[in-house]
Design a protein around this ligand. Structure first.
Ligand SMILES: C[S@@+](CC[C@H](N)C(=O)[O-])C[C@H]1O[C@@H](n2cnc3c(N)ncnc32)[C@H](O)[C@@H]1O
Length: 243
């Protein structure tokens, strides 16, 4: 099922406004550029181009893949999109032409792949797109289980006059469904999106299975140390030279 259809695409940039903050994007772009080694680079799950557009504006050759025609339409309509090569496809299985100096996957998109097999396939697909010795970068939340009381399955992540959000955990299967309720003009928009969460160590093992080795792990794009209380991580794996 496409959870990024027309309705989500229409409101995506507005509802993710905090992630479009110029300072957030400047740090993200600076980090990715440092690992791009001059490019070309490939974004898995490029969406409406939140990161790809400012990265391309620095002069890098940027390619992107996404499953959602509605999200890609929004990207293609933006100034600067003509410099980005866009492919409609599934990051767990589809190939785009060429090899890249960096493949990256941001904003928890690895969790949109809801089985372990699909996540492993995505790591293998990233490796298949990389030149030997080049890097795969993933930005993803740390599973929030320390905040889930024993025996309970629901955690609120947004409580306000116009917005409610709850994460529903399936701890046995590492499943997480985010339920969103947005109120506007007397109407409620609701959506429930399934995710699969994975611990950093499991992602490291997926990288190993794909012929990549851990290079760096940070708590954010500023390279703050990753600690026991970090809420997310930015991880970098390197394709082994012989892979
Ligand atoms: C959270 S959005 C992130 C978009 C963009 N990278 C950003 O940071 O704003 C996740 C994106 O991944 C795409 N996506 C989810 N599963 C996918 C899959 N299996 N193959 C390709 N794209 C996928 C969605 O269509 C959506 O555009």
């Amino acid at each position: 099922m496409d959870y990024f259809g027309e309705a989500v695409a229409r409101s995506y940039d507005r509802s993710s406004a905090a992630m479009f903050d110029a300072a957030v994007l400047a740090r993200t772009v600076s980090f990715l550029r440092a690992h791009a080694e001059g490019g070309p680079v490939l974004e898995f799950g490029i969406g409406t181009g939140r990161v790809a557009l400012p990265l391309a504006a620095t002069g890098l050759s940027v390619h992107g893949m996404d499953l959602s025609p509605a999200m890609l339409d929004r990207l293609r309509a933006k100034p600067g999109a003509e410099s980005i090569t866009v492919h409609e496809g599934d990051i767990a299985r589809d190939r785009v032409p060429g090899r890249f100096r960096l493949v990256y996957l941001v904003f928890n998109t690895i969790m949109n792949l809801t089985t372990q097999d699909e996540q492993v396939a995505c790591f293998r697909n990233a490796a298949a797109h990389l030149e030997p010795g080049r890097r795969f970068v993933v930005e993803v939340m740390v599973p929030d289980l320390q905040r889930l009381p024993a025996g309970e399955t629901i955690r609120p992540f947004a409580v306000g006059d116009t917005r409610l959000g709850f994460d529903e955990y399936d701890v046995v299967n590492q499943g997480l469904v985010s339920h969103h309720y947005r109120l506007a003009d007397g109407r409620a928009d609701t959506s429930s999106i399934p995710f699969r969460y994975a611990w950093p160590a499991e992602l490291d093992l997926m990288a190993r299975l794909a012929g990549m080795s851990p290079l760096e792990r940070w708590a954010d794009w500023d390279r703050a140390p990753f600690t026991a209380t970090s809420r997310k991580h930015v991880s970098v794996w390197q394709l082994d030279s012989g892979a």
